[in-house]
Ligand binder design. Structure first.
Ligand code: C5P
Length: 225
């Protein structure tokens, strides 16, 4: 299991300081929409100089050709992992996967299933289906389209592997390593639960960057992993 640290702080300087403070640790860095829109490729270059693996979390969702065009540009940024929404449909997932497969090097491609901020009721309002049923179908679709794995909550990780393959990866945000506040997340879990549910990557943001000693929290998480 690998740890992705969400660099969701307010400014470029704060994010870079956090990254510098974690230099040398065996972790991935997750760059989200706000940071990428504001700081762009420059931020990614700085992270690469520190030898971190980078997950660019832009959650593409559009018509198939537009998604595939964007995914090609993302691949050219030299990052290691990115994602698209499974609800864009099978044709979109296939087109993105196919377009990336012909590149000389490509990032791992994940499909977002059910956002970890959704409660069961909120999810049902949008999809008219339970989280488990919809996530199972999204996962089979994504697996058949040649993606590498799913973004999901810890509670669907095993179900996804059982419905597809053990080698189909799961990346689980909504982790509160030591039972910290859940903030705006709904389906949260600690590290042991993530382990028991076979998460391949866990994403942790606020419990790290809001602490007084982020490096100590990361080291503690790594020792638990
Ligand atoms: O601060 P926290 O640990 O809740 O951060 C979780 C990170 O994971 C955020 O950057 C959020 O955008 C991202 N994420 C998520 N749920 C998903 C996909 C991504 O929380 N399903």
């Amino acid at each position: 299991m690998k740890l992705c640290v969400a660099l969701d702080m307010q400014s470029l300087d704060e994010n870079l300081n956090l990254a510098r403070g974690l230099n040398g640790l065996d972790i991935w860095m997750k760059v989200g929409l706000r940071s990428y829109l504001r700081d762009g490729a420059l931020f990614l270059t700085e992270l690469k100089k520190m030898n971190f693996k980078i997950f660019l979390d832009l959650k593409l969702h559009d018509i198939p050709n537009t998604m595939a065009d964007a995914a090609e540009v993302i691949a050219d940024l030299g990052i290691d992992m990115t994602n698209i929404h499974a609800s864009a449909g099978k044709r979109a997932m296939s087109e993105v996967a196919n377009r990336l497969s012909i590149k000389s090097s490509r990032p791992l491609l994940f499909a977002v299933s059910a956002l970890t901020s959704f409660s069961q009721d909120e999810f049902f309002d949008v999809y008219n289906e339970t989280i488990n049923n919809r996530v199972r179908k999204f996962s089979i679709d994504a697996y058949e389209c040649g993606l590498d794995g799913m973004v999901c909550s810890v509670f669907e990780s095993k179900l996804i592997k059982q419905s597809t393959s053990n080698s189909f990866l799961t990346l689980t945000p909504g982790i509160r390593p030591f039972k910290e506040s859940s903030d705006d997340q709904n389906r949260v879990a600690d590290i042991n639960t993530a382990k028991e549910n076979l998460s391949d990557f866990i994403v942790v943001g606020r419990p790290i960057y809001k602490s007084d000693n982020p490096r100590m929290v990361v080291e503690k998480i790594l020792s638990e992993i």
